[in-house]
Design a protein around this ligand. Structure first.
Ligand SMILES: [Zn+2]
Length: 367
C-alpha cells in the first residue's frame, strides 16, 4: 500500500536556491510543452502525447536552455506528466483548458522519483537525502518502513518547506470488532457518535482564527505591496497553515479512534456543492472539517476492512425517536437540544439520537 509521509524540512540558503531553480524549471517545461502541444494541434491537427512532450524537452529544450540540466531530471518529467494529466482531464471532463503556470502561483512544488538510493530518510540524524540537494535537515516525527517511491518538495506561501515521501509499506489491518457506530456531524460539536461521544471543534483552532481575523483587519489599513503589507501577508499565510495543520491532526485522531473501535461506521452523505454556497462562517469552517473527516474515514475504512456507509441527508435523522420510531416534527426547530418522546417517553439528546438513527438506517441498508 502506498502511503505519504510529510515532513518539515530546513534547507540551507544554497539548497533553497536549488529548490527555487527547480520550481522555476518545472514551471518552464510545463508551459513550454503545453505550448508545443497546443501548437501541434492547432497548426497540424496533430495529437502529441506525454512521451512526445518529454522527448521534446530532452532533445530540444535542454539543448536550447542548458540550465535545465542543472536540476533534477525526474522533476522535469513529472512536471510534463502533470501537464498531461491536466490535458487529459480537460478532454474527459470538459473542464477548462490547462492554464499556463505563473511565477505568482501560491503553490510551489516538484516531485522526484526514487532510483538507486537517491532518496533516503535518516530518522536518527534528522535528515533526508534528495537528488541535487544532498542532505537536508528535517523534522522526522513519524518513522516508516518500506520502499520509497517518490518525494515531493513544496514551499508554502508562508515560506516554509516540506517534503512528502511516498512509500510502499506493508499495512497491518486492525483486528475485527463487533462494534458499530453512527455519527452525526454538527457545528458546536464537530461530530457526535451514537454511543454518546462528542468531539468538540478544537479550541486551538479558534485561537488562530481570532488571530487571523485581527491580521486581516490590519492588512486592510496597509498600503498594498508595502513592506508592512507583505509582512502581514506572510503572517496571515502562516496562520492559515497553522489552522490547516492543527485541523488535520485533530481529524486524524478522531478518524483513527472511530475506525479502530468500530466495524461499521455510518454517517450522512454531505452535499459539498451546497456547502460552498453557505457563507455563514461557523458553518463554512465545519464544512471543511466534515469533508476532510469523511474523506479520512473512507480511506481508513478501506485500509482496515471496515465498512463506511453514507446515507442520504434528507433522511429525517433528528426527528425520529431512536427507541420507538415516532416522528416528532417539532424537532425541526434547531434550538431544541433535548427532548422526550411523547409516545414511549424516552429522553433524547438531539445529536446522539440523530447518530443512533443514522446507524440504524445504515445497518438497515446493508442488511
Ligand atoms: Zn419513542
Amino acid at each position: 500500500m502506498l502511503k505519504a509521509y510529510k515532513y518539515r524540512i530546513y534547507p540551507t540558503n544554497e539548497q533553497k536556491e536549488q529548490i527555487a531553480k527547480t520550481f522555476g524549471c518545472c514551471r518552464f517545461v510545463y508551459n513550454r510543452t503545453l505550448a508545443y502541444r497546443k501548437e501541434a494541434y492547432e497548426k497540424e491537427k496533430k495529437n502529441v502525447n506525454k512521451t512526445n512532450c518529454n522527448n521534446y524537452c530532452n532533445q530540444v529544450l535542454k539543448k536550447e536552455y542548458g540550465w535545465l540540466k542543472e536540476v533534477d531530471k525526474f522533476a522535469l518529467t513529472n512536471a510534463i506528466y502533470n501537464m498531461d494529466a491536466a490535458y487529459q482531464k480537460f478532454f474527459k471532463e470538459h473542464t477548462g483548458y490547462p492554464k499556463f503556470k505563473s511565477k505568482h502561483d501560491g503553490h510551489k512544488s516538484y516531485t522526484t522519483n526514487f532510483t538507486n538510493g537517491n532518496i533516503t530518510a535518516d530518522f536518527d540524524g534528522g535528515k533526508v537525502k534528495l537528488p541535487k540537494l544532498k542532505e537536508v535537515k528535517a523534522k522526522l516525527q513519524r518513522n516508516f518502513i518500506g520502499q520509497i517511491k517518490s518525494a515531493t518538495v513544496s514551499q508554502m506561501p508562508s515560506g516554509k518547506y516540506y517534503v512528502s515521501i511516498l512509500v510502499e509499506t506493508e499495512h497491518v489491518e486492525l483486528t475485527h470488532t463487533d462494534q458499530n457506530t453512527g455519527i452525526d456531524l454538527g457545528i458546536k460539536d464537530l461530530c457526535i457518535t451514537s454511543k454518546g461521544k462528542k468531539y468538540e471543534n478544537p479550541k486551538n483552532i479558534r485561537k488562530y482564527e481570532k488571530k487571523l481575523a485581527k491580521l486581516q483587519r490590519q492588512l486592510a489599513h496597509k498600503k498594498k505591496r508595502s513592506q508592512n503589507y507583505n509582512k502581514i501577508k506572510k503572517k496571515i499565510a502562516l496562520c492559515h497553515e497553522k489552522i490547516t495543520n492543527s485541523r488535520k491532526d485533530y481529524l486524524h485522531k478522531i478518524s483513527h479512534e472511530i475506525i479502530s473501535e468500530n466495524q461499521v461506521i455510518v454517517s450522512e452523505n454531505l452535499q459539498i456543492q451546497n456547502m460552498v454556497k453557505d457563507h455563514h462562517l461557523a458553518k463554512a469552517i465545519s464544512d471543511v472539517s466534515w469533508y476532510e473527516l469523511t474523506r479520512q474515514l473512507e480511506y481508513k475504512a478501506k485500509w482496515n476492512g471496515r465498512k463506511y456507509i453514507k446515507i442520504d441527508t434528507f433522511y429525517a435523522s433528528s426527528q425520529l425517536c431512536s427507541v420507538c420510531g415516532y416522528k416528532n416534527t417539532e424537532i425541526k426547530d434547531l434550538s431544541i437540544r433535548e427532548w422526550s418522546c411523547p409516545v414511549c417517553g424516552a429522553k433524547h439528546d438531539r445529536d446522539i439520537n440523530a447518530a443512533k438513527n443514522i446507524l440504524a438506517e445504515g445497518l438497515r441498508q446493508i442488511a
